[in-house]
Ligand binder design. Structure first.
Ligand code: ATR
Length: 279
């Protein structure tokens, strides 16, 4: 009886979240709920790894038939360990999802697909020409810029960052005339506001007072996620009647996209969102 149980366990595909820290992560709850609902003989855990360990651990997991995700601070450091990269990894220089196919280790950055899904959901009626105000110039902002540049209706991305030099480096990286440095946010008119800073993770701080813009936007996407409550910017948008999506939705979308990379099909709808609510 014990032998059979051990065998069953060892035959399961192992998926891990690699990063530091990882103990707070909701990914195991989300992915294991989806694995169970989809009938996958797989298990998901977290693993705290150093920068030196991360690449080799990633390759072993993938080549053993499993895979996983990568989080802060290793998303960029693992890229040289991939055999094949999606366009999202190449363009952003960051990988958050890995697996193996025909002996090659693949990496994707599902933050890009997650943002594009949120973008489409929040802008139900997309204008012919859209100005976007993007706050932040870190790794998350890089995925957002790459996603936005794939949309023909995006006419301009006004990039604001607390440290302008970092915004300038991001602009130089993409070399697209649609992305411009913004030094002063007051009075700006944009159809979409995206918060890719970490302001709001405390549940209180607002990255921007929407009333200081030249007009209220049509939609707001906030990458910040607070447990069991909308983010501060999402709450502010709601009070103004502005369509909004926050980090909870993005978290589910990037996890659903990772599941699709691993298993070739989407997880059962709604399972991951319910798993977040329950945790
Ligand atoms: P991520 O990978 O999530 O993008 P990151 O690369 O550390 O994380 O980037 C964090 C972003 O939040 C940056 O744009 C940072 O601005 P700086 O480049 O000036 O550091 C922004 N940020 C963090 N704290 C902030 C604050 N208190 N006010 C404004 N922006 C802040």
């Amino acid at each position: 009886m014990t032998t059979a149980l051990v065998l069953t366990h060892s035959n399961r595909q192992l998926f891990q979240l690699l990063g530091d820290p990882v103990s707070h992560s909701l990914s195991p709850a989300i992915q294991n709920a989806a694995f169970d609902a989809a009938g996958q003989n797989a298990h998901y855990t977290t693993r705290r790894v150093s920068g030196a360990e991360c690449g080799p651990v990633l390759r072993k997991l993938a080549l053993d038939g499993g895979g996983g995700n990568v989080t802060v601070p290793h998303k960029e450091a693992v890229v040289p360990f991939l055999d094949c990269k999606t366009d999202s990894v190449t363009a952003t220089g960051a990988c958050n999802t890995f697996w193996a196919q025909n002996g090659d280790v693949w990496g994707d950055n599902t933050d890009v697909a997650a943002f594009l899904g949120a973008y489409q959901a929040v802008l139900k009626h997309r204008p012919r020409s859209l100005d976007v105000l993007l706050l932040g110039a870190g790794g998350a902002a890089r995925a957002v810029v790459f996603a936005l540049l794939q949309r023909n209706e995006v006419a301009r991305v006004h990039l604001w960052n607390r440290t302008p030099g970092r915004a300038q480096a991001l602009i130089k990286h993409f070399r697209d005339p649609r992305v411009r440095l913004l030094r002063q946010r007051r009075g700006v008119i944009a159809g979409l506001v995206v918060n890719a800073t970490s302001v709001g993770i405390d549940g209180h701080a607002l990255p921007l007072d929407l009333d200081t813009l030249g007009a209220h936007p049509q939609g707001v996407v906030d990458l910040v996620y607070n447990r069991r409550t909308p983010s501060p910017l999402a709450r502010a948008a709601k009070s103004l009647g502005v369509a909004r999506i926050d980090g909870r939705d993005i978290l589910v979308r990037q996890a659903e996209a990772a599941f699709a990379c691993w298993f070739g099909e989407a997880p059962p709808p709604g399972v991951m969102a319910r798993a977040i609510d329950a945790n």
